[in-house]
Design a protein around this ligand. Structure first.
Ligand code: SF4
Ligand code: SF4
Length: 295
């Protein structure tokens, strides 16, 4: 199927523009906005679309359907009230989780614990947590419902909160759950100064000291990185289905929303490039994308 863009679902983030190998996608002019009040993506020459699916893979709002991939989770993505931040890569994670649910046939068994901000917008059982209790809540839920596949989404929107991972990891034993740590970074010196050990060395330590069955870290800014993230998430869920101890998948990305003009569709692309360059120089080198443990 040639790529179809749901106009009013689009947040105008522009992520799909760079992903299309034929450069077929563009944003409307500032005077042509959708129901969200933002410019939206359009396919300029449908006959040239090769149905590669790259745009759907990179869409941060579940707004594109290319129909290329078998078992796409597109239908599981909620079409209202999302995403909270246009262009937020948590929207990409939403798509990854939706696809995993469909590929593994676990739509009815998947249970998500996420922050009140409701960043993961899937039509599956979802519970919100507050920062102090969510590991405990999610783990207790798993004990009561061992047949469910429990995913704890830890959104560390404050760099300081990554330090809490040390304590949270230390509390884990043989629990059979899937943890997805989303590490989103802001480009401000003030916050960089507040960063402590955080997530960056924890996976190595966790691989040495815990009973985890799978530990991995992925990026999310290119189609290749998203595919790797999808593989890691499916692997973690496989382990949970097999009753193995917990898995942690970390996902790293710069938070474009916090440092750009709003709405995001008005952010100049040069600014996105600048933020990405900062991320590549200052953050990525300390956070290797790889499998840290697989047993
Ligand atoms: S499916 Fe591929 S070729 Fe078609 S619009 Fe999307 S990225 Fe471009
Ligand atoms: S939300 Fe972003 S990635 Fe999705 S169609 Fe709109 S501009 Fe493209």
């Amino acid at each position: 199927m040639i790529a179809h863009i749901e106009k009013d679902q689009c947040t105008g983030c522009g992520n799909c523009l760079a992903a299309c190998p034929g450069g077929l996608l563009s944003l409307t002019g500032a005077e042509d906005v959708n129901r969200r009040g933002v410019r939206y993506a359009v396919l300029s020459d449908p006959s040239s679309c090769v149905e590669c699916g790259q745009c759907e893979l990179m869409c941060t709002a579940g707004a594109i359907r290319s129909g290329k991939e078998e078992g796409s989770g597109y239908a599981l993505i909620r079409k209202e009230g999302i995403p909270p931040h246009g262009g937020c890569y948590l929207g990409t994670l939403t798509k990854v989780l939706a696809d995993a649910a469909v590929h593994l046939g676990i739509e009815k068994d998947m249970v998500i614990f996420e922050k009140e901000a409701s960043n993961i917008n899937l039509d599956v059982e979802t519970h919100s947590y507050n920062d102090d209790s969510f590991y405990a809540d999610g783990l207790a839920y798993k004990v009561e419902h061992p047949e469910k596949l429990v995913i704890l989404i830890c959104a560390s929107s404050k760099a300081r909160s990554t330090a809490q991972f040390v304590e949270r990891y230390a509390a884990l034993r043989d629990e059979t759950v899937t943890i997805v740590n989303t590490l989103n970074w802001f480009e401000t010196t003030e916050i960089l100064e507040g960063i402590t050990a955080g997530g960056c060395h924890n996976l190595e330590e966790l691989a040495r000291t815990s009973s985890a069955s799978f530990l991995a870290r992925a990026g999310v800014r290119t189609p290749g990185e998203v595919r790797e993230l999808a593989r890691f998430v499916e692997k973690a869920l496989h382990n949970q289905m097999a009753g193995k101890p917990f898995s942690v998948v970390e996902m790293l990305f710069p938070c474009l929303y916090r440092v750009g003009d709003r709405p995001q569709s008005l952010m100049p692309f040069e600014q996105v490039d600048r933020i990405n360059a900062w991320f590549d120089a200052c953050v990525a080198p300390d956070y290797e994308y790889k499998v840290y443990l697989d047993r």
